[in-house]
Design a protein around this ligand. Structure first.
Ligand code: GAP
Length: 492
């Protein structure tokens, strides 16, 4: 699957647009269109439901984006949240020094009289054997030595642009949870182990944003900080290690529950040299994105680093009183940290299929029904027949009270089905002549409609009166084969 295909479908069908496109775009920010915003909200909704509402050991939080500047001193972001950056002395482009060999590079090959080639990432030139030393984009300029570049966006709190007013847009949502640890603990009277979940925007002045919504400068995170008593053990192992394993398994399964194929997911253990200074262990859940295997979510054991740091810098105690042992402890933290935008990209990429149906190409997004932006499309077979249109509108009204439903009569039925397939609508309901009959001929209709399922393209005939129960099951716990079995197949 090619990223350009996804970018083009996303724009054409209202999922994702280039930010400020009419001004030439920003290249590092994207806007979610009418269908994209539904998809992304659904991803966040199921994440929140599964991790907060369906668990008795989790609560939620929504902290502000702007925080006290000392938060970023204590967390280490001011001093360490940097990437090594190099500049091309010829074309002035900037690159992350540690990612230079992860992109194809332009080479003017001396063995072919200086012909220009684009050499695949990390490979030597196949004509002269040279490896990249110059700028990968222009192929001519020397690169400056690397220097550290802080990724936080600086801004000013209040009307005066002076040093004392400097603050930062948060580069992760996590710190909002740590600084509220005591507020949440006391107000909710929680007992360890427990977790706090948060969804929100984060900002990083990435040196090389790219790959569509994979790496952007403004993005959304879905983070959990799960606090564990460091004195506890489970089956003879430290409790933090057990909870780390449990969260890896839970999060790995979660992506599959909503449609990512197992073969496109893998777990990558960080080796010692890669580990952040505070982390005891970190694994990434990686997804096979169109540009290759990359991080979808990181799950770190951050130990007691953050709470200790904030206690030290704020002068406030951030401990938990262990009633059994009659002592204060600083909890360890397991942090499953996912990107909402990266999840959207993975769900879109995995759902995208091109199929051949009766000699015709069909593009279908096999999105999980929970994630699909539109659940039901109501389609009149003939828009010139007022009874058909009126009945379809009635059906739409009933269904849209419960599920996101749309009406479309702007093309022939085959075309309407293809349009809905392309945006991942799991079910279409078609109202036809048989539904309404022909009053001029004294014929009454059967008050049944056709339901078509997106993936199998099977169709059954269902009484209008039964649609709410049928969709309750189809868009709830039921499956298409189970539900469809009770109804006769539709013709056509
Ligand atoms: N609190 C830990 C933390 O922020 P991270 O690995 O830097 O860890 C967590 O980020 C997740 O946030 C990543 O796995 C990714 O899904 C998402 N993310 C990070 N930087 C991003 C960016 N520039 N654009 C889009 N998503 C990003």
């Amino acid at each position: 699957m090619n990223m350009d295909v996804l970018v083009s479908l996303s724009k054409r069908r209202g999922f994702i647009f280039q930010s400020s496109e009419i001004y030439g775009g920003t290249g590092s920010c994207w806007d979610y269109g009418p269908l994209g915003v539904e998809l992304k909200k659904n991803v966040k909704r199921v994440w929140w439901r599964d991790n907060v509402h369906r668990r008795s050991d989790m609560v939620g939080l929504d902290a502000s984006i702007l925080m006290h500047p000392l938060v970023w001193k204590a967390s280490g972001h001011l001093d360490h949240f940097t990437d090594p950056m190099v500049d091309c002395k010829a074309c002035q482009r900037r690159f992350r020094a540690d990612k230079l060999d992860e992109q194809p590079w332009v080479h003017y090959c001396p063995a072919t009289r200086g012909n220009r080639f684009e050499v695949p990432a990390g490979e030597p030139c196949k004509h002269c054997g040279a490896r990249r030393t110059l700028c990968p984009e222009c192929g001519k300029g020397e690169l400056t030595p690397p220097r550290q570049f802080n990724l936080m966006f600086k801004t000013f709190m209040g009307p005066v642009e002076e040093d004392a007013a400097v603050t930062y847009l948060r580069p992760e949502t996590a710190q909002g949870i740590f600084v509220n640890f005591d507020n949440v603990l006391q107000s909710m009277r929680l007992k360890l182990p427990f977790g706090v979940a948060q969804i929100g925007k984060a900002f990083r002045n990435e040196i090389t944003p790219g790959n569509f919504i994979f790496r952007t400068r403004e993005f959304e995170q879905m983070e959990i900080e799960f606090f564990v008593n460091p004195l506890d053990s489970i089956d003879g192992r430290p409790a933090d290690e057990i909870w780390h394993d449990r969260w890896i398994e839970e999060r790995f399964g979660w992506y599959q529950r909503y449609g990512l194929r197992r073969e496109n997911l893998r777990i990558r253990e960080h080796d010692k040299s890669e580990l952040a200074h505070y982390a005891k262990r970190t694994v990434d859940i990686e997804y096979q994105f169109p540009m290759g295997w990359s991080e979808l979510e990181g799950i770190a054991n951050r130990t007691d680093f953050d709470l200790k740091q904030h206690a030290q810098w704020s002068g406030k105690s951030l401990t938990y009183f262990d009633e059994e042992r009659k002592q204060h402890v600083i909890p360890y933290v397991i942090e499953p940290s996912a990107g909402a935008d990266r999840s959207v990209l993975a769900f879109l990429a995995d759902a995208y299929r091109e199929e051949e149906v009766r000699g015709e190409r069909r593009v279908v997004l096999r999105l999980h029904p929970e994630l699909a932006p539109v659940k039901i499309a109501v389609l009149p077979l003939l828009k010139k027949r007022p009874e058909i249109v009126a009945t379809a509108q009635d059906v739409l009204q009933t269904l849209s009270r419960r599920w996101v439903s749309v009406y479309d009569d702007t093309a022939a039925i085959g075309r309407l089905y293809r349009r809905q397939d392309e945006v991942g609508t799991p079910y279409c309901v078609t109202v036809d002549v048989q539904t309404v009959g022909d009053s001029a001929r004294g014929e009454t209709g059967d008050r049944c409609v056709t339901i078509r399922e997106r993936d199998s393209m099977e169709q059954v005939r269902v009484p209008i009166a039964e649609l709410p129960q049928v969709f309750d099951r189809l868009l709830g716990e039921g499956t298409w084969p189970e539900v469809a079995r009770a109804y006769p197949p539709a013709r056509g």
